[in-house]
Design a protein around this ligand. Structure first.
Ligand code: CO
Length: 162
């Protein structure tokens, strides 16, 4: 277990499409543990494996006031609905925050840490936003790619990105 270094732009690993996890072995379990430690140490709501330099389809999400961490292995968005405009930031883009358009409702299919197939659905909340943000990381996409004009991206104190 341990806190790993967060990769930041322009690190190329953040732009690589990730590979599916073929088998949930001890290496993957260690990665998940370290991702949870790293997310907590940095005060993030979610973290995707490329952010710690591993090009695999693994995401962890921990919502404030929720006891359980959501671990998603090989997640895929299977449905989206609606649009809403949100402020967003990312530990891999330190010192910035921006305004992006996200779906209101999102449905995700994934495996949990035990390899069991799970579905996660969220509507109009932080989980819905985090699922889209983190799964974008697995495609090599960052929220800044969704920003269409310079006034929709602004500077914030490093460490306060949301
Ligand atoms: Co991010």
């Amino acid at each position: 277990m341990g806190v790993r270094e967060i990769r930041t732009v322009p690190d190329p690993v953040l732009r690589e499409p990730t590979k599916k996890v073929p088998l949930i072995d001890t290496k993957v379990l260690d990665l998940v543990d370290d991702m949870i430690d790293t997310m907590r140490a940095r005060g993030g709501v979610g973290l995707a494996a490329p952010q710690v330099g591993v090009s695999l389809r693994v995401v962890v999400i921990e919502l404030p006031d929720e006891e359980e961490v959501i671990t998603l292995i090989n997640p895929e968005i299977i449905k989206t609905k609606g649009e809403r405009v949100l402020d967003e930031g990312c530990l891999s883009v330190p010192g910035y925050q921006g305004e992006v358009t996200r779906a209101v409702t999102v449905k995700v299919k994934a495996r949990n840490i035990d390899g069991k197939e799970i579905r996660v659905s969220a509507t109009d909340d932080l989980l819905a936003q985090a699922l889209q943000h983190e799964i974008d990381h697995l495609e090599g996409r960052l929220y800044i790619d969704l920003i269409d004009s310079p006034e929709k991206l602004w500077r914030v104190e490093p460490g306060t990105e949301e």
